[in-house]
Design a binder for this molecule. Structure first.
Ligand SMILES: *Cc1c(COP(=O)(O)O)cnc(C)c1O
Length: 391
């Protein structure tokens, strides 16, 4: 079986630098907020192009902390996509706010700006085509829209030109979930820098991963930076035992920062390699549409190719192709088999099957092929041949 993601190939390449960096942390012993954390934040700021970077404990906490800074809580509505990892919506619910789902674009798999505009425009209208939460506990008449969390799914940034304009018109903040999009670009700007703030994850399998949990928040706002630095350390004020707000333990470990530094140094090359891999898949598979649709990147965008996801003609075809590939030694995965509005955890919102038809259709047909910067061309040809034989 080929690997779906090959973290060992990268480790072989960077082993001396990573070991040396870890060794240095063990020598100086500043395990919490040591010098590597500051160094990493400076390098990340250069890479992404924002004035501030606040590293933190995970991608989930990277999303949670700006919502806390905004004071989001019960009575607030936060708009997001149902076609994402649960963490994106979970942080909204953790604060007692209501997630309002907006269906995706069928080509990019990202939140549809037209539907977002409608969902915000009609939010307090008595009737709307938009499917809002139906339960009395989440009655939109009593909710205030506060923020939008678009997700750069599979590595492709969302249409922030339109999303930021729509959000500004409705007075809500945009928080970019760049957990998968890190390394991608939109109109020459790096993912993470495309909204009021951007959030990423350093979970091992993400485009830039550490060897545990980690994350970061990117922003140009001095005010948000100060709030996030306080929230990250239990709501500290002038010192650790002066607590001016309710915060959390949201720090990134020094050892994880040390591991990320040599990985960040080669990250731009790795994104370029991912693009080569995606282009090779594209050349080998893009003529199979509509039976099997390969992903495409719109003009003005660069994907970091966190995943290479194809759409089969229907659910049965997907099952057939996936099990055929397994027999041929090619692993696949489904991101995501169930959209968030239909998850048991969100039954309390009162959404129904059919509310988000595009997400529901993609959930039945989508699957992902092995994708990492170190796939050998011969292995990739083997994958392409196997897919073509099954399509
Ligand atoms: C992975 C992921 C997260 C959460 O990141 P963690 O570091 O695992 O907490 C959030 N949003 C998206 C879209 C993700 O893929």
């Amino acid at each position: 079986m080929l690997p779906f993601i090959d973290l060992k190939a990268q480790y072989k390449l960077l082993e001396p630098q990573i070991r040396q960096r870890i060794e240095q942390v063990l020598e100086h012993g500043n395990y919490i907020m040591g010098p590597e954390v500051k160094e990493l934040e400076a390098r990340l700021a250069e890479f992404v192009g924002t004035r501030h970077v606040i590293s933190c404990s995970s991608g989930t906490d990277a999303l949670l902390m700006p919502l806390m800074a905004l004071g989001v809580g019960p009575g607030d509505a936060v708009f997001t996509t149902p076609f994402t990892f649960i963490a994106t919506a979970e942080v909204i619910s953790l604060l007692g706010a209501t997630p309002v789902f907006v269906d995706i674009d069928p080509v990019t798999f990202n939140i549809d700006p037209n539907k977002l505009d409608q969902a915000l425009r009609d939010f307090h209208a008595p009737a709307s085509e938009h499917p809002y939460p139906r339960s009395a506990a989440h009655d939109r008449a009593r909710l205030t829209p506060k923020a939008v969390i678009p997700v750069d799914l599979f590595g492709l940034p969302c249409d922030y030109g339109r999303i930021n304009a729509i959000a500004a018109r409705h007075g809500v903040k945009v928080i970019e979930d760049a957990a998968q999009g890190f390394g991608g670009e939109y109109r020459g700007h790096k993912a993470g820098s495309l909204a009021w703030c951007g959030c990423t994850s350093f979970f091992p399998a993400k485009p830039l991963g550490c060897y545990g949990d980690g994350g970061a928040i990117f922003t140009d706002s001095d005010e948000l930076k100060a709030q996030l630095e306080s929230i990250r350390v239990h709501g500290k004020g002038s010192d650790k035992y002066d607590n001016i707000r309710v915060g959390m333990n949201g720090r990134l470990d020094t050892i994880q920062a040390a591991i990320l530094l040599p990985k960040l140094a080669v990250f731009a090359q790795e994104v370029a390699k991912r693009l080569e891999v995606a282009n090779r898949y594209g050349r080998g598979l893009s003529d199979l549409a509509p039976g099997l649709r390969a992903p495409s990147t719109p003009e003005g965008y660069l994907s970091s190719w966190a995943q290479y996801s194809l759409l089969a003609g229907n659910e049965a075809a997907r099952e057939r192709i996936m099990s055929g590939l397994k027999q041929a030694g090619v692993p696949t995965a489904v991101y995501y088999p169930k959209p968030l509005h239909l998850q048991t955890a969100y039954a309390g919102l009162g959404y129904r099957q059919g509310d988000m038809p595009v997400s529901e259709d993609c959930a039945r047909r989508i699957f992902s092929l092995p994708m990492h910067p170190y796939i050998e061309a011969a292995d990739q040809e083997r994958i392409i041949t196997a897919v073509r034989a099954l399509a």
